[in-house]
Design a protein around this ligand. Structure first.
Ligand SMILES: [Zn+2]
Length: 78
């Protein structure tokens, strides 16, 4: 009889659909994922081009948002 040990991996990488559904890219960039989910998602997007691009896009968006906010606060007189 074969054992099922190979299927009982303690940490399974996140499923792509799961990642999309939970908006993992945005949450990852915003630091809203729990440490366990962060690791699962990292494992997933290292191997998933679509999610890697999502993370890049989300990171760029957050960077832009920060720039805009900073410029606004700099340009706004008190
Ligand atoms: Zn993916």
């Amino acid at each position: 009889m074969k054992s099922a040990i190979k299927h009982a991996q303690p940490q399974e990488a996140m499923d792509h659909n799961e990642a999309v559904l939970m908006q993992a890219a945005e949450k990852y960039v915003l630091g809203e994922l729990s440490p366990a989910l962060r690791e699962e998602y990292e494992e997933h997007f290292f191997a998933c081009v679509a999610c890697a691009l999502d993370v890049k896009a989300a990171a760029a968006f957050v960077d832009n948002a920060c720039d805009v906010l900073q410029q606004r606060s700099v340009n706004t007189p008190e």
